[in-house]
Design a binder for this molecule. Structure first.
Ligand code: ASP
Length: 320
């Protein structure tokens, strides 16, 4: 067979495979530990996308401190749509935090769409005696040498929130990094660490059952599913507002017909009433259909990189 014919046939079979996509299960890589907030959003989304795709979307956790491993693995995966990435705001903050990051968020991926926005909560273990935020602040300042703050490593949402919070109250604490806030929550429940900032997707049930104490939410408005918890602004803490948005990505070079199918299945999944209700019960707000697409995700990612990059660089924090 001539080389030209071989190339034409190869192109033809790639195009045919893209048209038939998907003919087998997909893998959705999650940058943090199983049982945590990013994992929860991943599992709800993956299950709902499975229906319109007609295949199972298998969630695979690739935990690493700061969540930098999963994006690198998806960047290097075959660009055929069978390996996709779910990530949160960390996709926008890690470039400013790691000098040697091995992926470029805006260049190495095909964006699929925005999923939802999740507020964070400032929570402490139940041995902390403070009844409200004012008492909690007094407690933190009085015990600053004993207090520890759990996060999911540099670049995680919990790191960003902690950094903003510590700077707003002008007090630093010993920081304990984990590979996700699921293991951090275990240690918080066990009393090994004092407090953390984590998405409502991971904290709502622990707050409602009284296993942890909640002092504030990081959103501009109170969270409907946790109406008794004040916002940071209400309690007088400025500059620590942060929302954790989630997006879906495929490796750069994934064929357009494949991306189109992934986009339409994400949109179908997010239309599902049970998905929207599950997210709302966990304090998450699903993005409107106009944002559940590649252009909106790419625009948001760039805006968030432009927003957080200079602030992080000014703080002079680097992971490597
Ligand atoms: N909440 C974590 C973070 O701080 C991530 C996770 O475990 O899902 O980014």
């Amino acid at each position: 067979m001539s080389r030209v014919l071989a190339v034409v046939l190869a192109l033809f079979s790639t195009a045919a495979a893209a048209q038939q996509f998907p003919t087998k299960n997909l893998n959705m890589l999650v940058p943090y530990a199983a049982g945590g907030p990013t994992d929860t959003v991943a599992r709800v989304t993956a299950q709902a996308m499975g229906k319109p795709l007609g295949q199972t979307v298998i969630v695979e956790n690739r935990p690493s401190a700061g969540g930098i491993l999963a994006p690198e693995q998806v960047k290097n995966a075959r660009p055929d749509g069978y390996t996709i990435l779910i990530h949160h705001i960390g996709m926008a903050t890690t470039p400013a935090l790691y000098r040697n990051l091995r992926f470029k968020p805006l260049e190495d991926f095909e964006p699929i769409g925005l999923i939802n926005d999740v507020p964070m909560t400032i929570i402490a273990n139940d041995k902390v005696p403070a009844k409200d935020f004012k008492e909690f602040l007094t407690y933190l300042k009085a015990n600053k040498d004993k207090v520890s703050y759990a996060n999911a490593g540099i670049g995680a949402a919990s790191h960003l929130c902690g950094m903003l919070f510590m700077s707003a109250i002008q007090t630093d604490f010993l920081t304990v990094p984990y590979k996700g806030t699921a293991p951090a929550m275990n240690d918080l429940l066990g009393g090994q660490v004092t407090f953390m900032c984590d998405q409502t997707t991971n904290t709502t049930s622990q707050i409602k059952s009284g296993k942890v104490k909640a002092y504030a939410v990081t959103s501009a408005k109170r969270v409907p599913s946790l109406p008794d918890i004040p916002t940071l602004r209400e309690v007088g803490v400025k500059g620590a507002e942060v929302g954790i948005w989630h997006g879906l990505y495929a490796p750069k070079g994934t064929p357009k017909p494949v991306i189109d199918k992934l986009v339409s299945s994400l949109q179908e999944a997010l239309k599902d009433e049970t998905v929207r209700k599950r997210f709302a019960d966990l304090g998450a707000e699903t993005y409107p259909p106009s944002q559940q697409n590649p252009a909106a995700l790419q625009k948001h990612l760039k805006a968030e990189m432009d927003k957080w990059g200079p602030l992080i660089k000014k703080a002079g924090v680097y992971a490597d």
